[in-house]
Write a protein that binds this ligand. Structure first.
Ligand code: GLY
Length: 311
């Protein structure tokens, strides 16, 4: 991103011999501060510090005591981005690209974005704050330089590029790239794609994406994840799911389920994604929440507030 001038959080990496340089860099940022162990740390390597004193103490702890072992050898200090997250999906054949519908994901387990992080508890597409002017900035400042950067660096990339970004006062900043679609974003995005999907995939494989027009449904697509009680910590599997035959007017995507003797049982943390299209968010939400009540299994859980912040 730095090489290609793509907006992202300002960051620098420090080793244990560079504690003073780390302190100096902290001094150039404003609170809060993000410290990351530069390696895999089972999702526990990110620390957010509210004050510079706390950040200095944590930096000392991470670099000198190395609580994450090898993963903490180096520490990344990063600027904190304060804004709203958006998931943007690009399909590229390496030269041409098309922008798929965007989505908003809800990552925390509890209502009002509380509790532990999950793989995603619901999604909405389109996202009201992703209006034309903002998306133009996303294309100009992020997507085009990313596709061009890949080409210039001789990285042959064909397929989905999922860009997790932050809208900071109307300006987009990249948080992450993923070489895949998102979940549960896919279960909100795909129902809005009207172009024959096989045609789209073929055109990507044949590097002729520019010959296919992406047609999308203007309606709002709304998805809620039903999960196993206890998720994202320990949960039980093998609960009988009832009511699937009763639901009407929604798409039910199976994630953590298994078919056993004609019965559908839970077999994972995130069990079902229930989606509906509506003329607006209120209508799509109502359909999904009404039908969710029909589907039952022991200790089923879902968030009741998906999309409320966008109403
Ligand atoms: N929902 C976020 C992801 O798929 O990474």
């Amino acid at each position: 991103m730095l090489r290609n001038n793509i907006p992202t959080a300002r960051y620098e990496t420090f080793e244990s011999s560079q504690l003073q340089q780390g302190y100096n860099f902290l001094n150039t940022l404003s609170a809060p501060y993000v410290l990351k162990a530069d390696g895999l740390a089972a999702g526990k390597g990110v620390i957010i510090c509210e004050t510079e004193t706390e950040a200095r103490e944590q930096l000392h702890h991470l670099l000198i005591n190395q609580p994450f072992g090898k993963a903490g050898n180096k520490v990344v200090i990063e600027e904190f981005l304060n804004g709203i997250e958006l998931s943007v999906f690009v399909l590229t054949d390496g030269n041409n690209y098309c922008l798929l519908p965007e989505a908003k994901d809800y990552k925390r387990i509890g209502d009002n974005d509380t509790g532990l992080n999950t793989g995603g508890m619901g999604s909405v597409s389109p996202v009201p704050f992703a209006e034309a002017a903002f998306m133009q900035k996303v294309e100009d400042k992020i997507i085009k330089p990313t596709i061009n950067g890949l080409k210039h660096e001789n990285i042959s990339y064909t397929g989905f590029l999922f860009i997790g970004l932050m809208n900071v006062n109307g300006d987009p900043f990249v948080i992450e790239y993923n070489c895949r679609m998102g979940d549960p974003e896919t279960e909100a995005v795909f129902p809005r794609i009207k172009t024959d999907f096989i045609e789209l995939m073929n055109s990507v494989a044949q590097k002729k994406l520019h010959e296919v027009e992406l047609k999308t449904d203007d309606r709002t697509s709304f998805t809620v994840m039903m999960v196993s009680g206890g998720y994202p910590e320990t949960y039980e599997k093998g609960k009988i799911i009832s009511g699937l035959e009763k639901v009407k007017g929604v798409n039910v995507f199976h994630a953590g389920t298994i078919l056993q003797d004609d019965k559908v049982l839970t077999s994972g943390g995130r069990v079902l994604a229930v989606n509906a299209l509506g003329k607006n968010l209120a209508e799509a939400r109502e359909k999904v929440y009404e039908q969710l009540a029909e589907i039952t299994y022991e200790k089923a859980f879902y968030r009741k507030d998906i999309g409320r912040d966008l109403m």
